[in-house]
Write a protein that binds this ligand. Structure first.
Ligand code: F0G
Length: 432
């Protein structure tokens, strides 16, 4: 039987706490916390057989693309705490057109936009809400650029918890705000940016005894590990050369790295893929840190139309830095134009995604041009959110009305406008 505990991530501290403590940072040094496990885990062969066997089982826990892999994050003492919306189970999609655009022979997308609320946040939220229930919490809260709040609202509703959502006023897509409202969350739009609101919510969570479900919550990270585990299972445990993902608050980068290390330790994979984290140019503090070294400097006024990753002071940067180093990874940044065009190309594959997700393909293109990523490399890019999350952006791009920060015009390079026609078969036939 595995034992779980909370462990300080700082190598010089490594303080340990009971798994049932309500903590987001180390009480001794203030460092980030992670869930650590001791005791035996089944061997790789047994795990592979167990995971595969569960796919044909109708039990809700096994139907979940997260909980199917529960031996990789055995932090619960009782699975009755789990509320599943059958999250995960997201496809691996080949995208030859996008591969060509990115300068690769082939490219596969792991599309997290197929999740119940349309983003990868569901993988983590099912774990975060299970832990909230186990701790006996009644209220959960998060600050969000939109997807975390949509996901938390849904899981809280399903779990019978009260959801409190804090959003940067005017800077989240309407689709995401609409989800929070529809799922019944109490929604506050604060006149501040994501980083400022996170500080505010931390204070309120402590004062009011509310459980915080941002990615600083280590149980969210445990759930997001399943994105990688499921992808490896779908590839029959052949690790790719690269895994590419967008970087905002850097929770996902932390989760992916932890998953890869643990899969390697368990013998589920025999090589470590390299992580490539892509940031938007106007919100790229992690890129600056990795490229220039030295101290971490937050970006005071982060700006990008990819609002999901409009974050200047990512809390999980120490974990993410560790994971990028461990995987011999890289960090790249891309412009608004590059994101917009890459997004249109992903659309042309019949796949589509929200702007932040498209940073992956824009980054791949830059990395192949720069000779960092080999044309023949085996690459999986993670599309983090669904196309329909931000339809306003899409319409503006295709009609040539999209403007980036500072009102810089984004060219509609691959634009596709609708045409108004009279109700007249002759005129329409002529047009076609
Ligand atoms: N892609 C999408 C679609 C996102 O919603 C986010 C983060 C990211 C990428 C970046 O992931 O923060 O783990 O590096 N969205 C958060 C939110 C911040 O509030 O929904 P990260």
């Amino acid at each position: 039987m595995a034992q779980a505990e909370l462990v300080c991530f700082e190598p010089s501290c490594r303080a340990r706490y009971a798994i049932t403590e309500v903590l987001y940072n180390c009480s001794k040094c203030g460092g980030l916390l992670e869930v650590g496990y001791t005791g035996d885990r089944p061997d790789a062969g047994t795990l592979r057989r167990t995971f595969r066997g569960r796919r044909t089982n109708n039990a809700p826990l096994d139907q979940s693309g997260v909980w199917r892999y529960r031996e990789m994050f055995p932090f619960l003492d009782d699975y009755a705490h789990v509320v599943t919306l059958r999250e995960g189970n997201t496809p691996l999609l080949d995208a030859p057109l996008a591969a060509q655009y990115g300068g690769l022979d082939r490219l596969t997308f792991k599309h997290q936009g197929f999740n119940p609320t349309g983003s990868f946040k569901d993988n983590g939220m099912t774990c975060g809400t299970a832990q909230a229930r186990r701790l006996g919490m009644h209220r959960v809260a998060c600050v969000s650029t939109g997807n975390t709040s949509a996901s938390m609202a849904a899981y809280a509703a399903a779990a019978g918890l009260e959801a409190l959502i804090f959003l940067p006023h005017g800077n989240i897509s309407f689709g995401k705000l609409a989800q929070a409202l529809e799922y019944g969350a109490r929604t506050l739009e604060v006149e501040a940016n994501f980083d400022q609101i996170l500080a505010l919510v931390r204070v309120l969570a402590k004062r009011l005894g509310i459980y915080l479900l941002n990615s600083v919550n280590p149980f969210r990270i445990e759930g997001q590990k399943s994105i990688i585990i499921e992808m490896l299972d779908q590839r029959d445990w052949r690790a790719p050369d690269w895994i590419v993902l967008p970087g905002g608050n850097l929770g996902n980068t932390s989760a992916f790295g932890k998953a890869l290390r643990e899969c390697r330790e368990t013998g589920l994979i025999d090589k470590m893929p390299r992580l490539a984290v892509i940031q938007a140019e106007g919100a790229a503090p992690f890129y600056d840190l990795v490229t220039h070294g030295g101290e971490f400097h937050a970006v005071k006024k982060p700006e990008t139309l990819a609002t999901a990753i409009r974050i200047g002071d990512p809390v999980s940067w120490p974990k993410a830095l560790h994971e990028v180093c461990q995987s011999q990874g890289v960090v790249e940044k891309v412009t608004e134009q590059e994101i917009a065009d890459a997004k249109a190309q992903i659309g042309r594959c019949g796949i589509g995604c929200e702007p932040a997700s498209a940073a992956t393909l824009a980054g791949i293109r830059k990395l192949t041009i720069g000779g960092v990523m080999d044309r023949a490399a085996d690459v999986v890019a993670v599309l983090t959110g669904n196309l329909l999350k931000d339809p306003d952006y899409i319409h503006r791009y295709h009609t040539g009305k999209l403007e980036g920060p500072g009102r810089v015009k984004i060219h509609s390079t691959f634009g596709n406008q609708s045409v108004v026609v009279p109700n007249d078969p002759d005129r329409i036939a002529e047009l076609l």
